[in-house]
Ligand binder design. Sequence first.
Ligand SMILES: [Zn+2]
Length: 97
Amino acid sequence: MTHHITATREDGTVFEVSYGYGARQRRLLGCLHCDWEEQITYGGARHKGLDHLAQAHGAVGSPTMTADPRARRQVLWAMTVCFLISVVILWWAMSQT
Ligand SMILES: [Zn+2]
């Protein structure tokens, strides 16, 4: 299982469907909260996963693949550090003249 499709219910409970390759390279969707499983023969895996979460668990998810929030924070932090360094370098260069 490589991808996770998540949806959030009104009370804040997060439901998740994992998506990836099962036996014999078949693409499979599997719900982590019930024993629902579906084999995908062509596209639309995310859509099918969200459909199940909405119908069986009443949860609504976004149709875009979401990155791990921790990874996103790390990217943001790295960008902030780069920005600060360039500000310091600029300030230093200006103070030399
Ligand atoms: Zn389910």
